[in-house]
Design a protein. Structure first.
Length: 699
């Protein structure tokens, strides 16, 4: 037997998906995440999958041909500020760049409402305080010409000063180094000589783009998280190898691809789990025939939304993490603190949900792990949507009494006159409204009508709430994947090796066809070399070329993709692609035919195809779903403000073609699918549940 294993570590649960390479059969499992040592939860999850397969852990790992891991380790380090003691070497006169934060650090990443309360905002904790910033005399101009040479003695003195301050990692970010890295490379050599083994992050290597703050922030954050992340990956590699794994450990990147652990850039793994979810969505889209999809992931801590248009996701040009703005290739996802473990609380006579989460420790009150605050999961249990005896395939029995007590003490007694059911219904409604609002912003505010999209719901709580937030925005079709409960883990298993290279360019390069072709060719070669280093067949490597462009004097850019270009005619291809994309985004009337076009950044995305799962199909078994009907129970439907006797189905017994009408609940291992009154659910040939809503409101 040969297996592909994908792992995604979340704030509450660690999800694992294992796929039989030959048959395509999928097994999934969820284990409690272990924040003190993430590897414990990972091994527990893989062990649960091994039990389902019918082998022991060692046998499963020995027969695994691909092991891909989406990690929260990087996010944990930066969100809890427990990284390495970091120093920075900067060009003389620019040492304060990381502290000034382009004058937007105190509001970067905050919501509009939070920005309005300016007096309550502040800059984030300083990763490198002023006393750990060393400046050196050197200067390279915007065309890469050395104006002031860097003296080796200056770098040596700066490195020794930082080392004497006790730094464990050093970031180097010098002006215009992305145009000429000579000085940063010299700094790296000197630091390695002065302090062998010291981690060094170079700005030009991590973010080869114009923008001294963003480039410096990327280098500093990478230096901050790298020692912890690298130690974690080394320990995980050793642990898995000792337990039988013979294939290399692959790590999911924020861009949606994977890289071998040894080639992984730590800062590029931020939010790698959610990115893997979009990989899974894209792999399914091609099979079922949908091109435009709203992907929604509801975990224990957050609700995330991404969009795939014509089968492709967009890439965020910059990413804000804990108010630091980074330039890393990342799938464009938006999120809020609303998940199954999000805490319900009362603020000035208003019911609020999140962003605080009970996480894995202590968890929702109903888990019985010590949590006392009410969460969304507690509300779903009280309302009857969850079966207390079948949660996580019966491995965790939920405590309704503890859920009721938490809701009563913290919400019902303060807002609902002690009515626990009314309070639970309010929690569910507010949660669905917040989720629907985020989907609305992600679609309508970007010029897309959500009614023309299919909504895909996954994550442990996605299928439980999808109909609530889909109906509010006018979406009529919801697709719940077969492996929804661990879909990001499945996406990790479906990922290919991927690397992206980019560089800022002079705007006049758009008029230099030969220079443009040369610049693209250099990036293409770099990207291919990075992938080839990971034992990928060169014939399996494909590349696509892209550029960020805008009209003259516009602040916002448009990214266009042209495939792998030819040596001639690139300038015209880029101009034509820009105007077509601009027209699609903003309408033909918005095209400024006589305005000049600026070329800002060019890049190359390279993909090395490796083994990944195929989706098996099954014969249709007819519409009758009665064989999967296990009984009925009372469920309180908030939209009806009433209890209703509701059919309960064992989702694992449903077969392709089976059809059922709401109100109904499908209980599956790791998740629950809610089908409201007026909706119809059908199982497709891949085992997915396709829900068609009735009575959706308009967007």
């Amino acid at each position: 037997m040969a297996y592909i294993v994908g792992v995604d570590i979340g704030g509450t649960f660690t999800d694992v998906s294992a796929i039989d390479v030959d048959s395509g059969v999928i097994w999934t499992a969820k284990a409690r995440s272990t924040p003190d040592d993430l590897i414990e939860g990972l091994l527990a999850g893989v062990g649960l999958v091994a039990e389902q397969v019918g082998v022991d852990l060692k046998t499963l790992l020995a027969d695994t041909v691909k092991f891909a891991h989406g990690t929260t380790q990087t996010s944990n380090v930066i969100f809890t500020w427990v990284g390495a003691k970091t120093g920075l070497i900067a060009t003389h006169g620019f040492g304060d760049e990381i502290l000034i934060m382009r004058a937007r650090g105190r509001v970067a990443g905050l919501s509009v409402s939070d920005r309005r309360e300016l007096r309550s905002t502040n800059k984030p904790w300083q990763i490198v305080p002023r006393e750990r910033i060393a400046e050196v005399h050197e200067r390279i101009d915007h065309r890469g010409r050395v104006v002031v040479p860097l003296a080796e003695g200056d770098i040596r003195d700066a490195a020794r000063r930082l080392i004497s301050a006790g730094v464990e990692s050093i970031a180097v970010s010098l002006m215009w180094a992305h145009e000429n890295p000579e000085h940063e490379l010299l700094a790296e050599r000197v630091i390695n000589d002065v302090a062998p083994g010291m981690h060094v992050s170079l700005g030009h290597r991590l973010a080869g783009i114009t923008g001294e703050y963003e480039r410096t922030a990327t280098a500093v954050v990478n230096a901050f998280v790298a020692p912890t992340v690298e130690r974690y990956l080394e320990r995980l590699e050793t642990t898995l190898s000792e337990r039988g794994l013979r294939s290399p450990l692959l790590v999911v990147q924020a861009s949606g691809g994977v890289a071998s652990a040894g080639e992984t850039v730590p800062v590029n793994t931020i939010e790698s789990g959610p990115a893997a979810g979009l990989v899974a969505v894209r792999s399914l889209m091609g099979a079922v025939g949908h091109k435009n999809v709203i992907a929604t992931d509801v975990g224990g801590t957050t609700f995330k939304v991404g969009m795939l248009i014509d089968g492709q996701w967009s890439v965020a040009r910059e990413t804000v993490i804990n108010q630091y703005t980074l330039s890393i290739p990342m799938v464009d996802l938006v999120s809020i603190g609303a998940g199954g473990g999000s805490v319900a609380w009362v603020d000035d006579s208003r019911l609020r949900i999140g962003p605080q989460s009970a996480g894995a420790d202590p968890g929702p009150a109903c888990y019985g792990w010590g949590g006392t605050e009410p969460t969304v999961t507690d509300a779903d249990l009280v309302l009857g949507f969850l079966n207390p005896d079948r949660f996580l395939s019966g491995r965790l029995r939920l405590r309704r009494d503890l859920a009721e007590r938490a809701i009563r003490e913290h919400v019902a007694n303060r807002l609902f006159g002690g009515d626990v059911v009314a309070a639970a219904a309010g929690i569910r409604e507010v949660t669905d409204a917040q989720m629907g609002d985020l989907v609305r912003k992600t679609t309508l505010e970007r010029g897309h009508d959500p009614r023309s999209f299919v909504l895909m719901a996954y994550g442990g709580a996605g299928p439980l709430h999808a109909c609530g937030y889909a109906r509010a925005i006018g979406v009529e079709t919801i697709l719940v994947p077969q492996a929804a409960t661990a879909y990001s883990a499945y996406g990790a298993a479906a990922s290919d090796i991927q690397h992206s290279t980019q560089r800022s360019v002079r705007s006049d390069l758009l008029s230099d066809d030969g220079g443009l072709a040369k610049a693209f060719a250099e990036l293409d070669s770099q990207a291919r070399d990075l992938i080839a280093k990971q034992d990928v067949d060169p014939d399996s490597i494909t590349t696509s070329w892209w550029a960020d462009m805008s009209y003259e004097r516009q602040l916002h850019y448009v990214r266009v993709t042209i495939g792998r270009g030819e040596a001639t005619g690139l300038d015209k291809k880029l101009r034509d692609a820009f105007e077509e994309r601009y027209k699609a985004l903003y309408g033909s009337a918005a095209v400024l035919g006589k305005a000049g076009i600026r070329l800002l950044t060019i890049g190359v995305d390279a993909v090395g195809a490796i083994v990944k799962p195929d989706l098996p199909t099954h014969e249709f078994a007819g519409k009758d779903a009665s064989a999967a009907l296990t009984g009925q129970r009372d469920v309180f439907w908030p939209e009806k403000r009433a209890w209703a006797r509701t059919d309960i189905y064992d989702g694992s017994l449903l077969r392709p073609g089976n059809q059922l009408e709401g109100p109904a609940i499908l209980e599956q291992p790791g998740t629950t699918v809610v089908v409201p009154e007026g909706a119809i659910a059908v199982v497709d040939r891949f085992g997915n549940n396709v829900i068609t809503l009735g009575g959706s409101t308009t967007a």
